[in-house]
Every structure is written in C-alpha cells, then in structure tokens.
Design a protein around this ligand. Structure first.
Ligand code: 5GP
Ligand code: MN
Length: 316
C-alpha cells in the first residue's frame, strides 16, 4: 500500500498520464478523474482521460471533450475508482497492462490492488477524498474547477452526505472546498433534483415492477428493453432509481436488475443497516462496498434473481 505523498512524488517525477475511470462512469469516478487531470495539467504534465464507456447526460456539466485528447504516448496509466480490472473493460488490456507504470487509486474494500502503486483506502467515502489528498501533496492550487469536481465526486458517492460512508474527514475535506467558492447548491440540484422526462417515465416502470420478498425485507425491481422503449430512456437512467429499491419502510436489501440480454443481467445491490452486499456480490464475481455493490451474471434475470434471493434470505 502506498500513501498520497508517495503517489504525489511519483506524479511529480514522471509524465504522460492516461487516467481510466470505471465503466458506466458515475459522479465519483468522473469528478475525481477530472480533478486529477486538471491538477496534473496545471503542473505542465501531459494527461488525458480515456473512458471505458460513455458518460451519461447527468454528468455532462463537469465534462469537457478536451479531457479526452490524447496527443502523447502513455507512460503511466492511473485507474480511479475502479474496483476490479474488468471494470475498465477492454482498456485494461489496451492501455493499463501496456503502460510502463500502473497506479490504482480506489476506495473499494474488495479492490485486490492491481497497480504497481496502490493507494486504496476502503474508509474513504469516495475516490475524490483520495484524489483530494494527492492534490494537497502535489501542492497544486485548489481552483474552483478542481474543487467542484471533487465536490461532485464526494456528494455523489455519499448520496448527498446521507450514506454511512460519510465521515468527519468527508466533511473536513468538503468544508475546505468552499474556500474555492464552489457552487454547491447548483451542483446538488443537478446531481439529485434534476431528471430527464425519460428518466421520470422510467420511474413508473421501476415502481410498478417492485416485488417484496422475505416479509418485506427485500425489494427487487427491474428494467428491460420494453421499459426503455416505452419511456425513451437509456439503461443508465435506471441508476437514478436504484436507491428506491431500499427506500420502503422495513426493507434491508434492495436489488435493481438491468436486463441487458437473455443471458446477461447486471444487478445493483443496496442495503440499509446490516447486510454486507459486497460479500454477496463477490460470491458471484462482483464487488463494491458494504452498502452498495454490483455484479453481472451471464444468465437470465430469473436465474440471477433466484441465486441472489437464495443468498439474501439467509442474511435478512
Ligand atoms: P452500482 O450498483 O452503482 O453499479 O455499483 C455500486 C458499487 O459497486 C460501485 O462502487 C461499483 O464500483 C461497485 N461495482 C458494481 N459492479 C461491480 C462489479 O461487477 N465488480 C466489482 N468489483 N464492483 C462492482
Ligand atoms: Mn466511488
């Protein structure tokens, strides 16, 4: 395990960085990756972000196409918020493995440490907390642009500072971001209180398809192509409603199934207070955090649901 200082010293001594967030990128990986990119560029380094899959409409406000401009040969690849190498999809083989050096910056307890330098801290609420520490060690000025991207990262992964991963350190970091005049209210509105019409249309399907199991302790819902066509939404719109699967009174475990095809089912797992969903995700090759994890089955929705219910029945 390496420290923020060791990572910062390495970054100062080298050049030509490709930053890779995880597939289906969320506010944490996009915010922390772009904050790190801006910090490296302010040091005069060549740096770019290469995305395994496109960003969603929700995060466009922190994005600029210039972040993705690669006009140099990669020397060091940096994964940010990537829990497992397969979460980089083909970029793991194409870029990460081929780089001279590999840095892994992450906050998933299930991360095996696949970099040559690993800064992994499961107690950090978001990868943005780790990138913040690196930027402080780099001695780079905390500009409004950088501070807002770290704010997006932390606000997103803590569910607006609601989840159990929120700590005193989270608030201390965020409080210092206000020194850079961040527009926190505008960011919060964009992240948590603004939805496309398609997303709202999809919500009808998500609630109509909720099923309760184990005396109301487990709730499942699903999104399939029928719901997407009828609502005009893309599959990533389902992410806006994952939290609702654990919102019902008395529910401990929520599961949102995304039916990608007849034999590919992605599941987002959430819990409220005592079930470790990452442990269950890991049993099936996935991972994540204690209260939020994910796994992809090469199986039908019915099979995946049966297997997960079988595990969670023993735990709720
Ligand atoms: P989400 O349900 O929002 O896609 O993911 C919840 C958390 O679990 C995120 O931190 C995400 O990175 C992690 N996660 C989701 N799917 C997988 C997976 O297949 N493998 C691993 N290791 N982590 C995952
Ligand atoms: Mn994260």
């Amino acid at each position: 395990m390496h420290t923020a200082k060791q990572i910062a010293n390495f970054l100062k001594d080298h050049n030509n960085y490709i930053i890779i967030p995880h597939r289906s990128p969320d506010g944490d990986c996009l915010g922390s990756s772009s904050a790190l990119l801006l910090a490296l560029r302010s040091l005069g380094k060549n740096a770019a972000i290469v995305l395994p899959s496109p960003i969603s409409h929700r995060h466009e406000f922190i994005w600029d196409s210039s972040y993705e401009k690669v006009d140099f040969k990669c020397e060091t690849a940096i994964s940010v918020d990537v829990a497992a190498d397969d979460m980089m999809l083909g970029l793991y083989e194409e870029i990460y493995q081929k780089a001279d050096y590999r840095i892994c910056i992450d906050h998933h307890t299930t991360n095996p440490g696949f970099g040559s330098l690993n800064f992994v801290d499961g107690k950090a609420a978001a990868a943005g907390e780790l990138v913040y520490q690196i930027i402080v060690e780099l001695g780079v000025e905390m500009t409004k642009d950088i501070a807002e991207r770290i704010f997006v990262s932390i606000a997103d992964d803590t569910g607006a500072f609601q989840y159990s991963n929120t700590t005193a350190r989270t608030h201390m970091i965020v409080s210092s971001l206000y020194d850079a005049n961040i527009d926190s209210d505008s960011i919060m509105r964009k992240l948590f209180a603004t939805h496309t019409v398609a997303e709202l249309n999809l919500l009808k399907f998500v609630t109509a398809r909720m099923e309760y199991h184990c005396g109301g302790k487990i709730c499942t819902s699903y999104v399939d192509s029928e719901a997407l066509i009828a609502s005009g939404a893309e599959m990533s719109a389902a992410d806006a409603w994952i939290g609702l699967t654990r919102a019902g009174e008395g529910i401990e475990v929520g599961m949102m199934f995304k039916l990608l095809s007849d034999n590919e089912t992605r599941v987002s797992l959430r819990s409220n207070s005592y079930v470790d969903v990452s442990a269950v995700a890991q049993k099936f090759g996935g991972g994540g955090h204690v209260r939020a994890a994910g796994v992809t089955f090469c199986e039908s929705y019915a099979e995946a649901k049966k297997k997960l219910l079988n595990e969670f029945e023993k735990l709720v």
